[in-house]
Design a protein around this ligand. Sequence first.
Ligand SMILES: [Zn+2]
Length: 154
Amino acid sequence: MEFEIRKEYPPNIDEIRKVFDLGDRDVLFAWGITLYNPKGNAVPPHLMVHEKVHQMQQREVGVEKWWDRYLKDKDFRLNQEVEAYAYQYQFVKKEVNARTAKTFLFALASDLASPVYGNMIQYGRAESLIRNFRPSYAKDKSGEESKETSLSKE
Ligand SMILES: [Zn+2]
C-alpha cells in the first residue's frame, strides 16, 4: 500500500514527545496509510521500506493500539523496530557492496541504540538483531503472512 505523505506532525505527537527526545530531529511517523513527514524532506527508498513495515505492523493490530503499545512497551517497540530496520538493511544490502552495507548497518544499529528510542538496547546487540533477523512478512505456503518472530534467534 502506498503512503499518503503529509508535511505535518502525527495526531499523537504530544504522546510521542513524552517518551522520545525528538528535539528538532527530522523524523518520519507512520500512521496507517499516512506518512507524516514534518520537515518535508525527500524520503529515500530505504526509509520508505522501513516505514512500510510499520504500516504493515499497524494494519495487524490497529493504528492507535499499535502506537499506544509502541510508546508504553519497550519490548514491543524494540521488536517492531528491529523488524523495520532489518527490512531496511536487507533492501540496501542487495544494492551495494559489502563495505557500504557494513557502514549502513553501523548507522542503523547506532540509530536503534540511540536516545531517540529511549536507549532500548546496546549497539552490539542492535547490530546483531538487525543483521540476523529473519523476515516474518514472507508469505508461507498457504499464502498467509507468517507471524514467527525472529528476535530470539541470533
Ligand atoms: Zn521505525
